[in-house]
Design a binder for this molecule. Structure first.
Ligand code: 4AD
Ligand code: MG
Length: 463
């Protein structure tokens, strides 16, 4: 049953090549003495046209079973195609049907389905052109990310999914427990007695691997994580998932400038690599999803990102000749409308905003000399808003302790994190990239639910 993937034949196959392919039927067109059946095995946007001659044994019966969605193996010979849509086609000599798909009930028929409808059939939607292209690009992004870091000597660190801390301090964690929720053990004070829980204390799904990545960076200098993260924020938007993938590089002996340089080089590399590996899929997105996909990619690759401070960003927003729903004032967090105004309308390319007010950022960010701002950086992208969030970390023990106390954190819970500042501390920095937001940015897909195979969002965890 092994055979080369279809894309190999579509690209390099020559008339006369005897081949075998395994695939699913997309469409069928019956003519007088033969039928055209387009099949696809997921390796490319373009399918392979199979010519089924009426001289084939059991022609009528075979043809009846070759409906959209059926799985087949086809053996035959490649021939030059007379049609203008393809260079070559496969003249079938034998066809084996593995599984039929009843056209009365198979939900994917030859028409445009809405993305909302396709989400309800996430077990089948990967067989459509758009979702197929999305998941190939997603795969190419993953490969490009590993390639970028591996060629620069970064160690891929596997950080835990189950944690006890709250890295971002936003209280948006999912609890992990093996206690019987109908019969919770109680302490004398009537609180839940977590000493009887699996880990003997409250545990959660991680919101970020950063703190553990910092541990690893203090041994391997440059590391990155790439894995699932979880946030129980009740945000039903086109850019939020409860389970999403994050890429988090962490670099020892690095400041905020080095952090920004890495982030910019990183995004440029991923775009470049995806354009090279998935040219057909990218052309498809440009034609069908968003006509600015290719020009955006060109901009990312060839233009320098804008760099401004938060204070400058506030001044620009105050000068904007439009009104915002959320107020603009120094000290307030930037909302998505502000971020998009800066990236989309004003700079028309990604903008790196640095040095945010202390009060709106996490405890681990390095305090600037002005004591009002921290060495943070967010990268804002057109159409997306915040795609990367990062910072230089506070490496001074006394300053870190002071900031943690101010945020009412229990220093004992973070003993190991503080140890990193006690033993061989160095300036270090890193960032987190929302992987699905990156895939959205590259493909132009408007809803984040359509760039991850099985989205988890409020009230939705099917498949
Ligand atoms: O800005 P965030 O919260 O930063 C951190 O978690 C840091 N620990 C990262 C670091 O410095 N190592 O999240 C990082 C990125 C955001 O910029 C956004 O792209 C993405 O993660 N993100 C989400 N993506 C999808 N759904 C959500 N609910 C997301 N929350 C954050
Ligand atoms: Mg952030």
């Amino acid at each position: 049953m092994t055979s080369r993937r279809m894309i190999e034949w579509l690209r390099h196959g020559q008339p006369g090549d005897a081949i075998a392919i395994n695939a699913w039927v997309r469409t069928k067109r019956e003519l007088k003495d033969f039928a055209f059946v387009e099949v696809n095995d997921g390796s490319s946007l373009q399918g392979l046209q199979v010519v089924v001659p009426s001289t084939l044994p059991d022609y009528e019966a075979v043809l009846r079973s070759l409906t959209t969605g059926a799985s087949v193996s086809v053996e035959g010979v490649l021939v030059a195609s007379q049609g203008k849509n393809q260079r070559i086609e496969l003249k079938a000599e034998s066809i084996q049907i593995w599984g039929t798909a009843d056209p009365e009930t198979y939900p994917l028929q030859k028409k445009r389905h809405s993305f909302e409808f396709l989400r309800t059939i996430a077990h089948l939607r990967s067989r459509t052109n758009t979702l197929g292209a999305v998941f190939r690009v997603r795969n190419a992004c993953s490969a490009a990310i590993h390639e970028f870091f591996q060629t620069r000597g970064f160690l891929w660190a596997h950080t835990p999914i189950i944690t006890t801390g709250d890295c971002e301090g936003a209280g948006e964690q999912f609890s992990v427990t093996s206690l019987n929720l109908n019969q919770l053990p109680k302490t004398p004070e009537q609180a839940v007695d977590f000493s009887q829980d699996f880990f003997g204390r409250p545990t959660y799904l991680t919101v970020s691997g950063q703190l553990e990545a910092e541990i690893m960076a203090m041994a391997f200098s440059n590391v990155y994580t790439f894995g699932p993260t979880f946030r129980a924020e009740n945000s039903n938007t086109s850019r939020h998932l409860a389970e999403f993938w994050m890429v988090e590089p962490e670099m020892a002996f690095c400041d905020l400038g080095g952090d920004m340089d890495l982030a910019e080089a990183f995004l440029k590399h991923v775009f470049q690599s995806v354009l090279e590996k998935c040219p057909e899929d990218m052309a498809f997105f440009n034609e069908r999803i968003d006509p600015s996909v290719l020009s955006t990619a060109e901009t990312i690759i060839n233009q320098e990102f804008a760099r401004i401070t938060y204070t400058e960003a506030i001044a620009l927003l105050e000068k904007a000749e439009r009104t915002f729903e959320y107020p603009v004032e120094w000290g307030l967090d930037l909302q998505s409308e502000h971020e998009r105004y800066l990236a989309e309308d004003l700079f028309k390319r990604p903008v790196i905003v640095t040095d945010y007010p202390t009060g709106i950022k996490a405890f681990y960010m390095r305090l600037n000399d002005d004591e009002r701002t921290v060495a943070a950086m967010d990268i804002l992208a057109p159409n997306i808003g915040e795609i990367i969030g990062g910072s230089q970390r506070e490496e001074r023990l006394d300053v870190l302790e002071r900031r943690m106390l101010a945020q009412h954190l229990n220093l004992e819970d973070y003993g190991w994190y503080l140890d990193l500042r006690r033993y061989g501390t160095v300036p270090h920095a890193g960032f987190g990239l929302g992987f699905e937001r990156l895939v959205q940015f590259i493909t132009g897909m408007t809803n984040i639910r359509d760039v991850i195979p099985f989205p988890r969002t409020p009230l939705s965890a099917e498949f």
